[in-house]
Ligand binder design. Structure first.
Ligand SMILES: C[S@@+](CC[C@H](N)C(=O)[O-])C[C@H]1O[C@@H](n2cnc3c(N)ncnc32)[C@H](O)[C@@H]1O
Length: 211
């Protein structure tokens, strides 16, 4: 087992509560943008969450009436997700570099894990084959050239790419009014892009032009 895998296996139980200072505020906002940014999702739509961890996001997508399938390569994470979500979701072991669902899904998501794609362009192309409406993931613009990623998405068939700064902090719990302010700040255009030069990530919704 690699050191990274060992680390995920060790942290699997309680992953969400340990990683997110205010898991409810953070993951609910993530789920809201998954449902609304780019092509909208409707109740009953299936979301495939690759590298799902312990399925913490699943709680918030299920609460929106969406269906949830979580896939992770680390069996301990899969066990933790199954304990969390029970029979409300489908959870399985799989590698995001190879996994293909039995039936197409409305949306595929990948959070804090796009760097595990061995060949990002090939990953986008494969996901496009089974994703009917959109692919949603987070992207650190200081780590990846955004224009290159957008070009790869378009090449894969995701012709409509929307980027939204995501300012609810992961490791800091804010009082309610400050969370609301952070969400408002995400829509401030040039100011938001300035903040992204030093901190935070984009949430990317890449939709099929027909959806
Ligand atoms: C940083 S965690 C993110 C978990 C969750 N998506 C979240 O946002 O909290 C990265 C996850 O990716 C999983 N992972 C790493 N490589 C993977 C791969 N090739 N295929 C599927 N999952 C992978 C790890 O086991 C871990 O659960």
């Amino acid at each position: 087992m690699t050191a990274k895998r060992e680390q995920y296996a060790r942290k699997a139980e309680g992953w969400t509560d340990a990683e997110y200072a205010d898991a409810r505020a953070y993951l609910d906002h993530r789920a809201e943008l998954i449902a609304t940014l780019g092509a909208p999702l409707r109740a009953g739509d299936e979301v495939l969450d690759l590298a799902c961890g312990d399925g913490g996001l699943g709680e918030h997508l299920l609460a929106r009436g969406l269906r949830y399938t979580g896939i992770d390569s680390e069996p301990a994470m899969v066990d933790a997700a199954r304990r969390r979500l029970g029979d409300r979701a489908t959870i399985g072991v799989g590698d995001l570099n190879a996994f293909v669902p039995e039936a197409p899904v409305a949306a595929t998501t990948v959070f804090r894990a796009i760097y595990y794609a061995n060949d990002r362009a090939a990953f986008f192309a494969r996901v496009a084959r089974f994703t009917e409406r959109k692919l949603v993931f987070d992207l650190n613009p200081r780590q990846y050239p955004v224009a290159d990623v957008v070009a790869e998405l378009e090449e894969a068939g995701f012709g409509r790419v929307v980027l939204r700064p995501f300012f609810v902090p992961q490791t800091q719990r804010l009082p309610g009014p400050a969370v609301a302010l952070a969400k408002t700040a995400e829509r401030t255009g040039p100011l938001a892009r300035l903040a992204l030069r030093v901190r935070f990530t984009y949430l990317v919704a890449a939709s099929r032009p027909t959806s």
